[in-house]
Design a protein around this ligand. Structure first.
Ligand SMILES: *Cc1c(COP(=O)(O)O)cnc(C)c1O
Length: 416
């Protein structure tokens, strides 16, 4: 594949692509066009919930493609009703709007919050957002995002956001004191792109109480951490709370583009006909993908699997690299795992690719694993057997004399 350059001749230069083209997949494995096999610990960035070519999903989608893919929202779409009812049941919420991506779901959430404010006479509504947050790349969602690299070059930003640090309830109190224009708090339960940073259970409960007290909407972006990844349907459920608004996307369609914003009673009836809409959103193919993804997660007990296999990965990583100098922290929540190093390590992504493992490095120094929820313990061990030596070799180079494997080497030399 020597012809594959980072920049391609006819697509816009928006990604620094790795020099490989994928051809097809089966389970947690992908093959490139040259026939090389990779273990997929990235799942297309937390999208391929059921891995590749799932034997229960494929025939259902084939049938749906033949039956009808699109008809538009002028008409009732029965599978929208089915999927919305299922999401309401799983989330303990009530009504859903469907779209086609994560940023669209977040854009809808931001519009809901603003209209919630306008409906109660607030003409300049403001939304609390977070440091290191990622909500997408439309103008409103990149403005809500807490990363100046993503915003640079696209100013002026959309206004109406107040930024606070994570897990600090006093910081919200201080930032909103005597401000009657605040309408919502908006965050990811576990920040994905920001480096696998969790909101703590206590904090989630405190923010829920604060939203109730101040009549704000609690809006939780579960685009990456939702859909079973942490072992509950939605990551905030570990804290026993419910949001008022919950954007979803990524894993919901197991690869078919889909987004959804789920609302509870306080936000379910804010939008009226004419307030919001989309051509593709809620189309029969995407809805079928959502319905089947949830059905298969339930049938195959994949929430439990995410906990069991996720814990196994966490234990193995902790045992094998947790003690090494240069490993700052291992943060693992089911099958959403970040290994934070002390130094930037984006090179590990291409080293892993070469070694036959797909993963990503986010926030410069966090190795991220978000594999398909079908991952078995045996396959997890294969990931470990490739990843551990890579991390050790990387740290050896950076912390010459200090890391343990190098120490072993020196000790052997000293003995000899
Ligand atoms: C990926 C992501 C988005 C954006 O989703 P797109 O489908 O890329 O628009 C928004 N929020 C979170 C938490 C994400 O991980």
């Amino acid at each position: 594949m020597s012809l594959l350059k980072a920049e391609s001749p006819h697509t816009m230069n928006t990604y620094g692509r790795l020099p490989v083209a994928m051809s097809h997949g089966k389970g947690v494995r992908l093959w490139d066009v040259n026939g090389k096999c990779y273990l997929d610990a990235l799942a297309g960035i937390a999208v391929n919930t059921l891995g590749h070519g799932h034997p229960k999903l494929v025939p259902a989608l084939q049938e749906q493609v033949a039956k009808m893919m699109h008809c538009c929202n002028y008409y009732h779409i029965p599978d929208q009703e089915r999927l919305a009812a299922k999401l309401a049941e799983l989330a303990g919420m009530t009504n859903t709007f469907f779209c086609s991506s994560g940023l669209e779901a977040n854009e809808a959430a931001i519009k809901l919050a603003r209209k919630f404010g306008h409906d109660k006479g607030i003409s300049n509504p403001q939304i609390i957002v977070y440091e290191k947050a990622f909500h997408g790349r439309s103008l409103a969602t990149l403005s809500a995002t807490g990363n100046t690299k993503i915003q640079k070059g696209f100013e002026p930003l959309v206004e109406g956001f107040i930024r606070v640090p994570l897990n600090d309830i006093q910081a919200i109190e201080a930032a909103t004191k005597d401000n009657p224009n605040v309408v919502a708090v908006f965050f990811e339960t576990i920040q994905g792109e920001g480096g696998i940073n969790p909101m703590h259970k206590d904090y989630l409960q405190e923010v829920r109480a604060l939203c109730d007290k101040r009549d704000w909407l609690l809006m939780i972006d579960e685009v990456q951490c939702g859909m079973g990844r942490t072992g509950k349907w939605f990551a905030h459920q570990w804290a026993g709370i419910k949001p008022d608004v919950m954007p979803l996307a990524k894993g919901l369609g197991s690869g078919v583009p889909i987004g959804a914003v789920v609302a509870g009673p306080r936000a379910a009836h804010i939008f009226q006909p004419g307030n919001h809409g989309t051509t593709f959103g809620g189309n029969p193919l995407a809805m079928r993908a959502g319905v089947e993804t949830i059905r298969i997660i339930e049938e195959d007990a994949l929430l439990d699997n995410a906990v069991v296999v996720g814990n196994h990965l966490k234990e193995e990583l902790t045992k094998n690299v947790g003690h090494l100098k240069g490993v700052k922290e291992i943060r693992a929540f089911g099958l959403m795992i970040g290994i934070e190093l002390d130094v930037p390590c984006s090179i590990i992504m291409s080293q892993a690719l070469e070694a036959g493992l797909l993963l990503s490095v986010t926030a410069d120094s966090v190795i991220r694993l978000v594999p398909p929820l079908i991952l078995s313990t045996k396959e997890a061990d294969e990931i470990i057997s490739i990843l551990v030596p890579l991390i050790k070799a990387f740290l050896d180079e950076h912390f010459d004399s200090k890391s343990s494997s190098h120490q072993n080497l020196t000790m052997q030399k000293e003995k000899a």
